[in-house]
Write a protein that binds this ligand. Structure first.
Ligand code: NAD
Length: 464
């Protein structure tokens, strides 16, 4: 046996141990190298979950899961940061808390009933069965928690395909979930994961005959692959959210909100503000407030050139080693030391600048000046690139706010708040870390992972 074989065996043994827990005295495997085994285990568990666990039993287990995940909030947040090298610990804690507490559960479902001369018709949402969930490197743990709660609440089982750059944190999140489910009596296999990660494995997972729905959260490649899988798909793809500030905005509050939204987890969320379009007559005032509230502006062409050199690769795309890094780190790399409280790098640009055009996923905010709101809206529409993902406005002009919401047609539109208000942090809505853009399900809830069924009873059951 040579060195290579030995390494392979060690890897396999480690993977096995990675994917197993002792649950209520018996062994539960939740992690699989083999796609078919993972899907078979999930399919068996799903049948039991759907058949033997009523709404109250499911709710009890989901509530137990929420409580157990809260116990691991700090551990999972730290691990996601260490594993990916991206983001901010304070915001990772918030993201996971949102996913744990504000992902809707089994109570979210209602039945639609229509009665008439012919009797009664009811329509209910029922599970798809086994779902393949492909998760991103930018939100690995929050996506797993959000998907697991929502998918299970709909009566499904899930097999995760972790991002290779976030494997350790994704597997640990799945392990914590399995420990909780096992302790509370849910069937083993309900939340499974692939441990051998390759494009081939993701592809065969999506195409497995027992997988009934694919949920792909990530860039254009994975959404395209999901749509080509031949399965119903939820495509949660990329965005490039513009934020507009018009001359009627509460300028100081707008400055604070834009910084908070843009710098949230170092701009990793697909919903975060990625370019700022400001009506010229308030641009200087807005900048003044931004500089007082955590922005550092790069003005000299030499400094801006050094930043470009750092954050773009030779193809002009965002340099992976800079994604999700702190503003202080990015600036230090180009020889600028700023106070630790600095949350974003502000750069004045023209519309065609790559800082504006690319989805940077870094706390770098390009600011573009425009003459008026009409110009701002036209530019916002262009730079969003038709993703119809997210956009925001700061304004007190109802006509401007309404017009922008209608024209942008984005899945998420935030008015007068940091974008994360639309993820439920400071906003009265459920949270979603899988925001289906091109496929149209919107910010996903347990309902998104179910299919509609109708039952007709002829000639009876109308009570009036
Ligand atoms: P990514 O596209 O690199 O990876 C996502 C997942 O897809 C990974 O598990 C990866 O292994 C897999 N994958 C990638 N290409 C594939 C292919 N052709 N076939 C099969 N599998 C493939 O994404 P990332 O860089 O980790 O995440 C960032 C991107 O995701 C950004 O564009 C961001 O906007 C987007 N995102 C969107 C949402 C949303 O809800 N809409 C949420 C988070 C992230």
């Amino acid at each position: 046996m040579d060195q290579k074989d030995l390494a392979q065996i060690v890897r396999q043994v480690l993977t096995r141990i990675e994917g197993e827990i002792n649950s209520g005295g018996s062994r539960c495997i939740y992690g699989y190298d083999d796609v078919d085994q993972a899907v078979q285990a999930a399919a068996t568990a799903q049948k039991i979950w759907h058949r033997d666990f009523n709404i109250a039993a499911k709710t009890k287990i989901i509530n137990g899961l929420r409580a157990d995940l809260m116990e691991h909030l700090e551990e999972l947040s730290r691990l996601a940061l260490e594993d990916t090298g991206m983001g901010r610990l304070d915001d990772k804690l918030l993201k996971k808390e949102l996913a744990i507490t504000k992902t809707p559960g089994p109570e979210y479902f209602t039945t639609k009933a229509v009665s008439g001369d012919n009797g009664l018709v009811i329509e209910e949402l029922s599970p798809f069965g086994v779902i393949a969930s492909i998760t991103p490197s930018t939100n690995p743990v929050a996506s797993v928690i959000n998907n697991a709660i929502a998918m299970l609440s709909g009566g499904n089982a899930v097999v995760f395909a972790p991002h290779p750059g976030a494997k350790a944190s994704t597997l640990r999140a799945v392990e914590v979930i399995n420990e909780s489910l096992g302790r509370n009596g849910a069937p083993c296999g309900l939340v499974a994961t692939l441990t051998a990660i390759s494009m081939e494995n993701v592809d065969s997972l999506m195409k497995h005959p027992l997988v009934r729905l694919v949920a792909a959260t990530g860039g254009p490649g994975v959404v395209h692959a999901a749509l080509c899988s031949g399965k119903p798909a939820i495509g949660a793809g990329p965005g490039n959210p513009p934020v507009v500030v018009d001359e009627t905005a509460h300028v100081r509050q707008a400055a604070i909100d834009v910084i908070l939204g843009c710098s949230f987890d170092n701009n990793l969320p697909c919903t975060s503000e990625k370019e700022l379009i400001v009506v010229n007559c308030v641009a200087d005032e807005l900048k003044k407030h931004m500089l007082e509230n955590g922005a550092h502006e790069l003005k000299s062409p030499a400094e801006i050139a050094r930043l470009r050199e750092l954050v773009f690769d030779d193809k002009g795309k965002p340099n992976k080693k800079c994604i999700g890094k702190d503003a202080t780190w990015l600036l230090k790399e180009i020889g600028i030391v700023v106070p630790a409280k600095t949350r974003i790098v502000l750069v004045e640009c023209e519309e065609d600048d790559p800082f504006v055009q690319e989805e940077m996923l870094m706390p770098i905010l390009p600011l573009v000046r425009v003459a008026d709101f009409k110009e701002a809206l036209a530019m916002a529409l262009r730079v969003e690139h038709g993703f119809r993902h997210s956009a925001a406005i700061h304004s007190t002009n109802i006509d401007n706010m309404s017009l922008m919401a209608r024209v942008m047609e984005t899945t998420i539109f935030t008015k007068n708040a940091p974008s994360f208000a639309s993820l439920g942090y400071g906003g009265d809505c459920p949270t979603a870390f899988t925001i289906a853009t091109s496929t149209g399900q919107g910010p996903t809830t347990p309902l998104s992972f179910c299919r509609l069924r109708r039952c007709t009873l002829h000639g009876a059951f109308r009570i009036i």
